[in-house]
Ligand binder design. Structure first.
Ligand code: F6P
Length: 539
């Protein structure tokens, strides 16, 4: 259904006209207790959505929109395994991967949980052996270095989680991630590593992705060179995470070293599947279980909580409010935690690969805006880079500020300083600094216009006690479901990614040209020129 045809959308358009003149400061003036009234506390998360250009009527209308779009039915359909990924004719069941409380999950006459549990156990046995040093490389030495070769969903999630949970990592194992087909990435990670103590994880759902297969072949060569051409070394030093067992075997990986998952796990939603093996190796099976439990608690919250107090639903609806009624083009993710500095990059794929669509579920070009540009950086670093534009630029950029009350490192007053910046920024963005305030400060008159902060820049503050596996699981699931809600309301298919295919195909056509052969001529003049420039400047 086209969301713009709902009564709620119409009402929201009128409502926008009525309240667009009210600033965030005006809303606080009218409702001084907004800080209490617009805060949700659930699952150990403190979500403050008071610093927004909205009131209770806005929330009511947004919830009405969700109801008219039959969101609750859509949530149920996903959890029970309906084939909601219609363009690929697949279920979307990443929630089953972390379902720690159900005894069965019947989909098309098959219970999915036993197989999920079997693979998780396989992962646990394997990771315990690597972690306790009983898993040995080809020359009988324990593994010290783990290198995950994958890209997109087979890289960003595990890399982000391993980084975020650094304090929980095994002290004697290094875990690296190589994704780029740029040989510099692999070369940099291999430098200084001893092949006889290195384990490669080839992580690829399809096991056909150019970048991953190229890196895997080069890594294999590096290993075999070390063992003077002994191919048998591959069995001890390569494992695979994939849905494509046939291709894995063809690559030469021992079938007992394959950790499988299923086509109903989307790449960008796969970190709780076998794709998370690097995480389990890094933090151990118990911490991995806490991560899954965090995910599962947020899944249950999403499934069972009424829309108006459902955290992912609320954040999604507020995003729609800015995207479709205020014309915001982007959304910033600003974690005040250095360990979360990869979180914005991870969410870029989750959100932009899911909702970067302009054709609706009926095959028609949408007449309204869909997915926002997601970007961000850890605070306080971003404050000294792009916050100038957030505060005084011409763009409206709603932002999520994320912080934790306890640091993993008690170091002087670093953490109080970090958090004072976190809180101060959301205050400055919301309330700004007026000409009247400036006039009390003895500012030279000609500088006043430059020092005025209009404020009225919306933020959501998300806080929790500490960045641990459980809280991280909840945070990730929160954003996964936020993306689902938005995609559903925009009436698009969030679980395919056809838009990445064309570039792949064209790269396949251009590669032979770069490898040699006749000079170009079959492409457009710009492409030909670029190909020729490459050829002429290689040596
Ligand atoms: O970029 C497209 C994409 O298909 C992503 O959706 C996916 O996460 C990534 O490539 C990697 O795919 P695979 O795990 O099959 O190598």
């Amino acid at each position: 259904m086209n969301p713009t045809k709902t009564a709620a959308w119409n009402n929201l358009t009128d409502h926008y006209d009525q309240i667009k003149g009210l600033s965030i400061a005006d809303h606080f003036y009218r409702q001084p207790n907004r800080g209490d009234e617009y805060t949700l506390q659930s699952l150990g998360l403190h979500i403050d959505y008071s610093k927004h250009r909205l009131n209770q009527e806005t929330i009511k209308l947004l919830v009405q929109l969700a109801e008219e779009m039959e969101l609750s039915q859509a949530i149920l359909a996903m959890f029970r395994g309906d084939r909601i990924n219609r363009t690929e004719n697949r279920s979307v069941l990443h929630t089953a991967l972390r379902d720690l409380s159900s005894s069965s999950l019947m989909v098309a006459g098959e219970d999915l949980l036993p197989e999920i549990k079997r693979v998780r156990q396989q992962m646990e046995v394997f990771s315990e052996m690597v972690r306790d040093g009983s898993y040995l490389g080809h020359s009988g030495k324990p593994i010290r270095h783990i290198i995950n070769l994958g890209i997109g969903g087979s890289d960003l999630g595990p890399a982000m989680v391993c980084q975020a949970l650094t304090p929980y990592q095994h002290p004697h194992l290094t875990v690296d991630f190589v994704s780029n087909v740029d040989g510099s990435h692999l070369a940099q990670v291999l430098a200084g590593k001893s092949p006889d103590q290195t384990l490669f994880i080839v992580a690829s759902k399809t096991f056909t992705t150019q970048e991953t297969m190229t890196n895997a072949l080069s890594a294999k060569q590096w290993l075999i060179n070390h063992y003077n051409g002994d191919q048998k070394a591959v069995a001890a030093h390569f494992i695979a995470l994939s849905t494509n067992q046939e291709a894995v075997c063809e690559f030469g990986i021992d079938p007992k070293n394959i950790f499988v998952f299923w086509d109903w796990v989307g790449g960008r939603y796969s970190l709780t599947s076998a794709i998370g093996l690097s995480i389990m190796l890094a933090i151990g099976k118990d911490n991995f279980k806490s991560l899954l439990s965090g995910f599962h608690q947020m899944d249950r919250h999403f499934l069972q909580t009424p829309l108006e107090s459902n955290i992912p639903v609320l954040l999604a609806l507020i995003g729609i409010w800015y995207n479709n009624f205020w014309g915001a083009q982007s959304h910033a993710i600003l974690p005040y935690d250095q360990y979360l500095h990869r979180f914005p990059a991870y969410l870029q794929q989750t959100d932009m690969e899911s909702n970067g669509k302009s054709v609706d579920q009926q095959g028609k070009v949408t007449s309204y805006q869909t997915g926002a540009v997601i970007w961000g950086e850890a605070g306080t670093n971003g404050q000294h880079a792009f916050y100038q534009l957030l505060h005084q630029g011409t763009k409206l950029i709603p932002a999520d500020f994320i912080a934790f009350t306890k640091s993993h490192h008690q170091m002087g007053d670093h953490h109080q300083k970090l958090l004072s910046n976190f809180i101060a920024q959301t205050r400055a963005l919301a309330f700004g600094r007026t000409v009247e305030k400036l006039s009390q400060l003895n500012i030279p008159k000609e500088l006043v216009p430059y020092k005025v902060f209009d404020g009225n820049r919306p933020t959501t503050s998300i806080m929790a006690q500490q960045l641990n596996p459980d809280i991280l699981g909840k945070l990730i699931a929160l954003y996964e479901h936020k993306v689902f809600v938005q995609g559903h309301i925009w009436n698009i298919y969030s679980f395919d990614q056809w838009g990445v295919e064309l570039g792949k195909e064209l790269a396949g056509e251009i590669l032979p040209e770069l490898r040699g052969g006749l000079a170009g001529g079959e492409f457009d003049s710009s492409t030909n020129r670029l190909i020729n420039y490459f050829r002429e400047h290689q040596s």
